[in-house]
Design a protein around this ligand. Sequence first.
Ligand code: PEP
Ligand code: MG
Length: 598
Amino acid sequence: MTKKELILRGIPVSPGFAIGKIFIYKRFIPSYREREISDNEIKTEVSRFKKAIHETEQELKVLQNEIRQEMGTDLAELISLQISLLNDQELIDGTIKFIETKKRNAEFAYSEVLKKYLIPLNDAKTPFFKERLADIIDVSTRVMRNISGEPLPSIHEIQPGSILVCHDLLPSEAALLDRERIAGVATEVGGKTSHTAIMTKGKEIPAVVGIEHLMKSVAQLASRIPASDVILDGSRGLLIIEPTEKRVSFYKKELESIQKQRSYLATLKESESSTLDGKYIDISANIEFVAETLTALEHGARGVGLFRTEYLYLAKRGPVSEDEQTLIYSDVADKMKPYPVIIRTFDFGGDKLIPGYFESNPFLGWRAIRLCFDNIELFLNQIKAILRAGTKGNVKLMLPMVSSIEELRKAKSIIEQAKNELKSKNIPFDPNLDVGIMVETPACALLAEQFAQECNFFSIGSNDLTQYTLAVDRDNDRVAKLYDHLHPAVLKLIKLTIDAAHKNGIWVGLCGEFASDPLGIILLVGLGIDELSMVPFAIPMAKKIIRSIDFTVVKEIAQQALNLATPKEINDFIQDSMKTKFPDLAKFFATMQKQNQT
Ligand code: PEP
Ligand code: MG
């Protein structure tokens, strides 16, 4: 029988790809019967239940320690939430009362009382509550397993190099994924901010979530799949089952060329990011979690140019206190020393979901600093935590989505208020913490001259600056072809910003995707950028480019590019200039592009 390749599509949440044997994961599913008990049995059932709660708490604490060591305090917080759900007094008392008054077995009593919690969450439409539901199911499954005395199931026994396929991963399972064993993950449910997405990205395991009918499809092919490899493409959002030989060889080649490139580029990671004629550009990393500081350093980052703190809330599914934030920010600062760490205040809204809140035009709505001004406690707590972490000596604070000078002034007065509150409580903080802004609205870029006089640095948020300048939603596939960083209108605003910063004696970086685009790097260095911040794995390539160009030459290229009328003209002009001015670099790119098209 000839094999027929099956391509399943889902949401790409963690880039990269893997070829390996499929491992279909099914977890313990609680099964129990309702059993009437006698008066004599009440005590035994209550103590079985209490013992299960105790054992579950012990398991969760061990797990939390493992996560803390492997991935940092922020992700370990996820388990704190589960411990508090486990110890919910109403749930515990309710179950005991149910056993005593209704005279039923512990499993049945617990699951009946639990329903009260699950039903409203199950009907909830917002991802936040759906995730909360996953946490409750996670904890209660553990409790049920411990009541029934089943051993702890393990996904540690998976053969190295496997592709894990399952309906969904519970938060504690996702947190324990071992990248030495699991080469890729595919799940039937989940979205961009699901715990599976967050954890796999943090661990750099390629992953695709939200693949409709995944389990049915693999079940239908169950007898044949184990024999052949599957392909998981976390960049394009594909799981390819029974791939054709042609497809496998395409991916194998791509894998080989990426690995070759990576090992070559890895040799550059510690090298100085200076142009041939000696202009130094700071190269730093964008991170979302403490664990990513390690990846950042491994790839040769010289600082964190953007710490997207919203994910702390999304990982914990709720408020993170000032003290917790202080610990997390201090941890990042310690790990990155002596390099700087720029902590961006919360950028909720837009593409970063606000738990339980929807609006029809989120990118133009209640987002980032606007939302923080309306939630002053949230904002103050975060600012105080950043100020406190500032005692480490390498921390800076950055405000997102600023569009008027009044907003900057208001934020600065709140920072002063935070300082006064800390001072009155004798809590140490950095009184001279640098405060910068993200330049990501056209209004801000056009007023860069004024802004530069009132803050310590700029970081251009080119992802948003492009969408707001071109009026193109950055997440809408239908208009994706209109979204182009090389649009001359965007470049003009970038130039305006860089010139205004330098004229007023402050430094300016760029932390959008444009910072890791090869043509972007050439243009930005030419325009005089001081710092580029990007996803860690792009750093060696950025260094390669910077080390292959002359500042004086790219300055000229950038100036000429700014006189062109369309993104295509600019793109062609830079490509042609590279061929004549930096032929070796042009050849390097040509081989890379060819490899990627094979
Ligand atoms: C940007 O807008 O370019 C940016 C870096 O911020 P974010 O992608 O988090 O909106
Ligand atoms: Mg932005």
